[in-house]
Design a protein around this ligand. Structure first.
Ligand SMILES: NC(=O)c1ccc[n+]([C@@H]2O[C@H](COP(=O)([O-])OP(=O)(O)OC[C@H]3O[C@@H](n4cnc5c(N)ncnc54)[C@H](OP(=O)(O)O)[C@@H]3O)[C@@H](O)[C@H]2O)c1
Length: 281
């Protein structure tokens, strides 16, 4: 990954590189931080409570930031490339923050959700970035404001899984069952890689769907879970919400094919092995 944008933002002389700021270093943000750090990129991470939640990173890399406390907004350094990793709502605060920060910021990537798309009534339809979105959702209002007024790049993200968020555990705990509903998933490490790719290659003001490109029905996942890992669903899902099939053709055309975990079942195998190994230690 070339990440040429950093070359363009390097000031004359030996000054510091423009940082990437991860706003909201939760599950995805932490993986993003690890990836950016491994690539040697200058990166800062925010928390509403950095002294409690960001103890694993050096103090100079921590930022206190809370969208609901405007006094903390000034902690985001000017010129930074921002990756926004929590729901962009409510609109009034999103708009006020963006007004203050965007004129001095580099690129702005916002993690949205595929739940932005309105249900279609049929599970066979593929949804792409032009499909109808639910503008009544507060986070969709925030995302659209950032996209239309500040040229933010919106990543509409499928269900995130990975270490500590194991799809098989969702089945074991009865959170999901063998329904015909479609689900779209993305491994957190691939999502982190796509965020960095988006910083470099995505077009400002555009939307990109993000998933592993293979919508699956929960009934299929549960059948494989039973056969390969002996995971039995607690009970079948009573409801028949149809789910969605999300196309990522735009992402693959414009950002490339960055997947290291394209196959859900191979990824689940890795997660199960790693968890079994940890249990032995
Ligand atoms: N999880 C999924 O399957 C999924 C699917 C599609 C889309 N998404 C979206 O993708 C993004 C990343 O998801 P994730 O699961 O990695 O999120 P996450 O683990 O909840 O991390 C987000 C972090 O943002 C910080 N935060 C929350 N509210 C904030 C506020 N008002 N001001 C400042 N910081 C705030 C919190 O950290 P502190 O408590 O340390 O401040 C929180 O841990 C989110 O926007 C999520 O809605 C998630």
């Amino acid at each position: 990954m070339a990440l040429g944008f950093l070359d363009r933002t390097m000031p004359p002389g030996n000054g510091p590189l423009t940082s990437i700021v991860i706003l909201g270093a939760g599950y995805t943000g932490r993986h993003l931080l690890a990836l950016a750090t491994a690539k040697g990129l200058p990166v800062l991470a925010s928390s509403r409570s950095p002294h409690n939640h960001l103890l694993h990173i050096p103090a100079p890399q921590r930022i206190e930031f809370d969208l609901f406390r405007p006094v903390t907004w000034r902690n985001v350094p000017g010129g930074a490339q921002i990756i926004w990793c929590f729901p962009a709502a409510p609109l009034n605060l999103v708009a006020a923050f963006a007004e203050q920060i965007a004129p001095h910021a580099g690129r702005l990537i916002v993690l949205g959700s595929t739940s932005a798309y309105k249900p279609t009534g049929t599970s066979d339809t593929w949804l792409d970035e032009s499909s109808a979105i639910d503008q009544t959702l507060p986070r969709v209002q925030g995302e659209e404001h950032l996209r239309l007024n500040h040229r933010a790049i919106i990543l509409r993200v499928a269900g995130i899984y990975g270490p500590g968020r194991n799809v098989l555990d969702w089945i074991r705990r009865g959170r999901v069952g063998p329904s015909p509903r479609y689900v779209n998933l993305i491994h957190v490490e691939d999502l982190a890689g796509i965020c960095l790719l988006a910083l470099e290659r995505a077009r400002p003001g555009e939307v990109y769907n993000v998933s592993d490109r293979q919508p699956r029905q929960w009934s299929e996942i549960c059948e494989v879970a039973q056969r390969r890992w002996n995971v039995t669903p607690l009970e079948s899902e009573a409801h028949d919400r149809r789910g969605k099939r999300i196309s990522i053709a735009k992402l693959r055309t414009e950002l490339g094919d960055p997947f290291t975990h394209p196959d859900l079942y191979a990824a689940l195998d890795e997660l199960e092995s790693a968890e079994a190994q940890r249990a032995l230690e």
